[in-house]
Design a protein around this ligand. Sequence first.
Ligand SMILES: Cc1cc2nc3c(=O)[nH]c(=O)nc-3n(C[C@H](O)[C@H](O)[C@H](O)COP(=O)(O)OP(=O)(O)OC[C@H]3O[C@@H](n4cnc5c(N)ncnc54)[C@H](O)[C@@H]3O)c2cc1C
Length: 321
Amino acid sequence: MPTNTTKDPGPTLPAVEMHIHKPNDPTIGIVVENRLCTKGGNKAAGFVRHIVLDISKTNIAGRFRVGQAFGVIPPGEDAKGKPHKVRLYSIASPTGGEDGTGTLLATTVKRMIDEHWDDHSLFLGVASNWLCDLQVGDEVPITGPAGKRFLLPAAPNEHDYAFFATGTGIAPFRGMVQELLAGGVTSQIVLVLGSPYATDLLYHEEMTALAEQHDNFTYLTALSREPQPDGSTRLYVQDRIETHAELFEQVLGGERGLVYACGLAGMELGVIQGLYRTLTPEAFARYVIPEPEIAGDPESWNRKMIPRRLSPTRRMFLEVY
Ligand SMILES: Cc1cc2nc3c(=O)[nH]c(=O)nc-3n(C[C@H](O)[C@H](O)[C@H](O)COP(=O)(O)OP(=O)(O)OC[C@H]3O[C@@H](n4cnc5c(N)ncnc54)[C@H](O)[C@@H]3O)c2cc1C
């Protein structure tokens, strides 16, 4: 592996506003839409809803950017009798919101459903299930916006993009893809969306339609528990780097590329290992760490090692939870 000791400043990111409403001073969004994103008959035990809030009466209106998140404070108290804490949800809209006015903010919420660790009774996550149950007209205490790193660059047309999403990790990319394409960029954009089954692919029709309309946008799916629609094998998002090696080499082989990954914690490791297997050593050094020979073989990394190694490149953006 070659040594690249030049410190890469990465792309310039836009200035963003943060914490206009803090947890001790939340504002109120009003639900204007709440619909199921997953298809009926979905095989995985997951329910995801597209929820749109009217924030026109809040100080956040027009002041969030695509890629940021906002906070939700569910009503009631936790087991210790304290008010519930803020939960963060990615903004699934472009910077102008759902209709360009900056007043309609969408997110993509997965109901957290599990068996309780202690007694295997049904465990329902507080905020996600409360949000998914809401009806049009209901009020949601919100905070934010939050996040100053998981953003599109200030000069979007100077870059090409590889977006990797699992599950609700699609949320910020829905906004980013809409924003880039509506802004008329000529950049190459590749979105890989992973889910267990085809019935769980979120915003699939929307992304398919955008890919049909725009030659510079490629939308790829990766189904991990059933064959792909074309009958080929089960895939994880990182496997697409190898099945479409030429495309990723075009997007990430030069100086313009940026890599974004959002979704289930742990997915970033697979993406990094996929990049390691497919890209040239020079390109890998540009995205992951400038001096890979010091860090050793990424195949032997674990996800706790990643944040420290990744940060110097500033060309890979992670939002995992
Ligand atoms: C930057 C960021 C962006 C995010 N964006 C999104 C998004 O766009 N969409 C989305 O759906 N989520 C998103 N999340 C996750 C979201 O914030 C919440 O964590 C998620 O919705 C679960 O919250 P909850 O209140 O429903 O669950 P909680 O009531 O908070 O339950 C989860 C907690 O319960 C505990 N727990 C988990 N499993 C069990 C079990 N089996 N038995 C007992 N206890 C258990 C754990 O401590 C866990 O932290 C994001 C998170 C971050 C940090």
